[in-house]
Design a binder for this molecule. Structure first.
Ligand SMILES: Cc1ncc(COP(=O)(O)O)c(C=O)c1O
Length: 404
């Protein structure tokens, strides 16, 4: 009887959504759930891209004070608090030496939602979106959920993981709505050079399609030079949609606050979708983001430096790893080739978790052709952990990565 009911309910499910891949982080966490780890070999969790340190006390104390204001418990405007939109417009204008107005900023419930809104504004089932390999899995999941075809671009480790512009040009059809770039990249950590970003922007512009630039990790680039000059083009609102997250920079992953910057036509559609989905981003998250933008510049710089030290520690550490090869590195991530050509990435990652208490994500979670790779997200672990990571990977390489 129960089975019958499930069959009936099953037949009424949206096949697009039920066909979407299962949430990858939850799957990987399942490999270690319920296990206890010995003191001399604790779990090293390199699976999820979350900062391992908390937000600063000043932010927490500020929020505690703000809770006394009844307005903090209410809806905000659909596209966010005016003061936050103004502050982010000023921040981005300064960071990119460009011109962004507060009316071109939407505050969203995280950058994932910003991506969902952008795609809803641009594409419908049957349309195409160019999504370079390896991709951020939630991007692919959302396209699949909407019946929008993800058109891949080849992964090019030899070019620092930057996709090829000519290949992108050759994949544009009458159904293409946008090209999606993530820089600094998840999962590879690659930081695309400004000229490469500019090339994709001009390509999108020539074809009258959008360029979605997910800059979730923008604060973890070394140096103060703008990541690109796109916001300096007065016509950027016709082409560019920039996505950003407050999750990593101010350690607010649970607050759900991010942003979308776009021109008026996209913004009108985003506002309608946002109103139906969430009405507004969480007010308390917006308070936190505003405090971060106004007060936490030095703290942010300190964390950029901290992440830079981890990048350096991984670079040096990998010189001593046997078997595993560092393919690219930056911001929050190392993308690594495993030494077992006859094994799937998932099998290798699972064995690393089960045998070596090292939780990583298999490249296959980031798209086709990624079976030789693993993603190591190091925001969660101090640089002092790198020697243990090196040792465990080398041991795994020596034992064939299989059960001992
Ligand atoms: C490329 C990219 N975009 C978006 C997100 C999601 O960010 P948020 O927590 O703001 O939704 C992540 C988080 O891992 C990410 O890596």
């Amino acid at each position: 009887m129960v089975a019958d009911l499930q069959t009936v309910a099953g037949s009424r499910l949206n096949p697009l959504l039920s066909g979407v891949a299962a949430p990858p982080i939850a799957e990987a966490q399942g490999w270690v759930r319920g296990r206890t780890f010995p003191l001399d070999k604790p779990l090293i969790d390199l699976a999820q891209a979350v900062p391992g340190y908390p937000p600063p006390d000043a932010l927490v104390e500020h929020l505690a004070r703000r809770l006394a204001d009844p307005a903090v418990h209410r809806y905000t405007d659909i596209l966010g608090h005016t003061r936050l939109r103004e502050a982010l417009a000023a921040h981005m204008s300064a960071a990119y030496a460009g011109t962004i107005g507060a009316d071109q900023v939407a505050i969203t419930a995280g950058c994932n939602q910003a991506f969902c809104l952008a795609i809803m504004a641009l594409a419908q089932a049957g349309d195409e979106v160019i999504l370079p390999l390896p991709y951020y899995f939630n991007h692919r999941m959302w396209l699949d959920a909407l019946g929008v075809a993800a058109v891949p671009l080849t992964f090019r480790p030899e070019s620092g993981g930057v996709p090829d512009l000519d290949e992108a040009a050759s994949r544009i059809t009458g159904r293409t709505r946008t090209i999606v770039l993530v820089t600094p990249n998840n999962p590879t950590g690659a930081i695309y050079p400004p000229e490469a970003i500019e090339g994709f922007y001009r390509l999108a512009q020539r074809h009258g399609i959008a360029l979605i630039l997910d800059e979730t990790y923008k604060d973890f680039r070394p140096g103060d030079e703008p990541a690109h000059q796109l916001f300096q083009d007065p016509d950027w609102p016709e082409t560019l949609i920039q996505l950003y997250s407050f999750s990593k920079v101010f350690c607010l992953t649970g607050y759900r606050v991010g942003s979308l910057i776009a021109g008026r036509r996209v913004m009108e559609s985003v506002e309608k979708a946002m109103d139906c989905i969430a009405i507004c981003a969480p007010a308390i998250g917006q308070e936190a983001a505003l405090f971060g933008l106004s007060e936490l510049d030095d703290w942010r710089r300190g964390n950029t430096a901290l992440m830079g030290e981890r990048v350096q520690a991984f670079r040096t550490g990998f010189e001593r790893v046997e078997g595993f090869r560092l393919i690219s590195l930056g911001a929050y991530f190392a993308y690594v080739q495993h030494p077992f050509p006859d094994r799937t990435a998932a099998a290798v990652a699972r064995d690393l978790a089960e045998q070596h208490n090292l939780l990583t994500l298999p490249g296959s979670m980031f798209g086709e052709g990624q079976e030789r790779f693993l993603r190591l997200a190091f925001a969660n672990v101090p640089a002092g952990t790198v020697p243990a990571i090196v040792e465990r990977l080398s041991t795994a390489a020596g034992t064939g990565g299989r059960k001992t």
